[in-house]
Design a protein. Structure first.
Ligand SMILES: Nc1ncnc2c1ncn2[C@@H]1O[C@H](COP(=O)(O)OP(=O)(O)OP(=O)(O)O)[C@@H](O)[C@H]1O
Ligand SMILES: [Mg+2]
Length: 357
């Protein structure tokens, strides 16, 4: 396996660093198609960041979130309970954060666990976090909170939706108190659409798109790993600029064959998915309403991509749009109101499948 090092993202890095240099003012939503490199960018920047910042990074991807208790467990570093440092008596908040600069989860002591779990109130957890961030600030450092895969929290109910309590907390940390930088990442563009139309967030957040690499970046990246001009062109034609696919190609013996294999595989997946809808039908939930997915409507939506790379998000009926996004075939950008395939690979596969549909 070849060691692939972090590449490019200069524009995105500059934007995040500029934000970090100013006092916390707005929530930053980092979004983009699946596997575009959002988590990689966050992890890379966190490692590069000076010790003047204390980063609390929480990835909700693997967490099971069905209740308030699940949410609390996903945020807090429960291992701290059995950690030697805690047993040796590091019981105050100042001691908890004294030497740490990059932390996965929110550290907590036994005493505070009882408090945050008390009465199932998100406010308890948030007031504890506020205290912790104030302690970081007192020590002369700047706290940074990063929540990855935020959409996982979207449907958790705690006297209403937890997400609204969380957004209020984010607004407190940034716009009101200027205490802590807040970044939230998601690859779920339907969730982002919800965020984008959320009245309570108007003027209180900004958006940063982390998209697949463009052609020039892809070619330059691949050439660093011995690709010829022709090799880079073939890779782009089949896989586009999705970093995860490019890394796979880099690590492959026969790169052209691998690229073609990925393409054929994606065509097969797409065909099967459409065949299932055609033969069995399908339905999706919009709010509390069950809506039928129609094969013919899906096909006419996908056919628009035969001649175009992007379409307006309202050119497609809402059910087909949501189905295709939910199935990770299309990606919606609420900021531009445009919709495109999740990757170049998807675009090529859609065009191939639509020729015979
Ligand atoms: N800038 C980069 N340089 C080199 N490799 C990268 C870069 N960005 C992403 N990758 C590769 O692509 C893989 C997938 O990236 P990552 O997990 O960050 O995507 P993501 O956008 O967070 O995905 P998801 O949508 O699933 O959250 C990484 O594990 C890494 O191998
Ligand atoms: Mg990610």
């Amino acid at each position: 396996m070849m060691e692939v090092t972090f590449y490019d993202r200069e524009r995105e890095t500059k934007e995040i660093m500029d934000t970090l240099r100013m006092k916390p003012r707005l929530i930053t939503f980092i979004y983009g198609p699946i596997n575009s490199g959002k988590t990689e960018l966050i992890t890379h920047l966190t490692c590069e960041l000076s010790d003047d910042y204390v980063v609390f990074y929480i990835n909700l991807r693997t967490k099971f979130l069905a209740s308030y208790d699940d949410f609390i467990e996903s945020l807090f570093e429960m291992e701290m309970e059995t950690d030697m440092t805690v047993r040796k008596g590091k019981e105050t908040l100042a001691e908890l954060i004294s030497s740490a600069t990059k932390i996965t989860g929110i550290p907590i002591t036994r005493e505070f666990i009882d408090y945050v779990f008390k009465d199932n109130k998100p406010k308890n957890a948030f007031s504890y976090m506020l205290k912790l961030f104030e302690e970081v600030k007192k020590s002369g450092k700047q706290p940074v909170l990063i929540l990855d895969e935020l959409q996982k929290i979207g449907d958790v109910l705690v006297n209403g939706h937890l997400i609204y309590e969380l957004f209020n907390f984010f607004i407190d940390l940034t716009k009101e108190l200027h205490l802590c930088h807040v970044f939230a990442a998601t690859s779920d563009s339907l969730f982002l659409e919800r965020v984008y139309s959320e009245a309570m967030l108007k003027g209180r957040c900004r958006y940063l798109l982390v998209d697949d690499f463009d052609y020039e970046t892809t070619a330059a990246f691949l050439k660093g790993y011995g690709f010829t001009d022709e090799g880079a062109r073939v890779a782009w034609e089949y896989c586009g600029g999705k970093p995860v696919c490019l890394v796979e190609l880099i690590n492959c013996g026969n790169r052209e064959e691998k690229a073609k294999e990925m393409f054929t595989f994606r065509i097969g997946e797409l065909e099967t998915q459409l065949k299932l809808v055609k033969e069995l039908g399908d339905e999706i939930l919009i709010g509390s309403k069950r809506c039928d997915v129609h094969y013919e409507k899906l096909v006419s939506a996908l056919k628009m991509f035969v001649k175009r790379e992007e379409i307006g998000m309202n050119e497609v009926d809402e059910v087909s749009k949501r189905y295709l996004v939910k199935e990770n075939i299309l990606f919606v950008d609420p900021l531009t109101a445009m919709m495109k395939p999740q990757s170049m690979l998807d675009l090529s596969a859609i065009r191939e499948v639509m020729r015979d549909a």
